[in-house]
Design a protein around this ligand. Sequence first.
Ligand SMILES: [Zn+2]
Length: 334
Amino acid sequence: MTPRRNPVRPSISPALRRVGAAAAGLVLVGVAASGCGSGEEGSSSDGGAAPKVLATTSILADVTDQVACGKLSVEPVVPLGADPHEFQPTVRDADRLQGAALVVANGLGLEEGLSDSLDRARDEGTVVLEVGPDLDPEEVDGEQDPHVWTDPERMVTAAGVIGERLGEVSGLGVGKEEIARCTAAYQQRLRDLTTSMTATLAAVPPERRALVTAHESLGYFADRFGFRVVGAVIPSTSSLGESDPRQLDELAAEVRAAGVPAVFGEATSPGKVASALADRVGSGVQVVALGSESLGPAGSPTATYVELMQVLAADVAAALGPAPSAPAAPTTAG
Ligand SMILES: [Zn+2]
């Protein structure tokens, strides 16, 4: 395969740059189609006939696939279960990014390990659509919070942004009108998701609506569903930040004072982080691993974004829900 030629000059406006890049991506894919079209139909990961659409995270891959009526099988660059903050691409991942017509990315600093590869792909003509900046991002301690997907209402907007851009890519095998229709239907499912999560979380009384997480990952969720963020073990919107012992002691005191019954760790970076805090708090606090940064494998209860958020709400409700008002009646054994 010959390398793409798409000299991008800094003087070109970003809008024109995107148009040029899109065209270059499509030209590239056209070459790939004519070169590899004989008998490799089943190989979806090494370049097929249609323009390749990738997403950085499994969550965005699912959302992109949904707005494309499920017809694209969009692949995530960050593998299922991996931490999107720290994922480092292989050479093959970098090649996939450069060969894609469109890469849907979160932005706002989420994909730290991928940023060089994304820049290089952009320079080679791949269109990288970062949705985060369009989703009313918030700042936490001077850092933009990238965890926009923990608020399903923001993902209504994200679906619209992705659908619109996908509709501009020709040759996908799914037309612009079809994408618009599936986008609207999916947006309605996301609104319904907000409703169902609100209902699930209604089990948590106001005084227990307090979140303590491994890093600052649930700020948008907290805003949307009426929780307060007490603090994070790593006081950063990235899991790559550092915690320090004095700050941890202070947070432990706050958790104890507030009577927060659970500290949430992440399924993508299991282990020590949340338990370091729980150990300081002492008894009465449990560590609960939440899946919020990656989907689970196909067939698992968190295989789609909607399912992931429903499970997240259920797990938060179970961990923080009302303390049992009376001890259960002892059961007679045997
Ligand atoms: Zn995170």
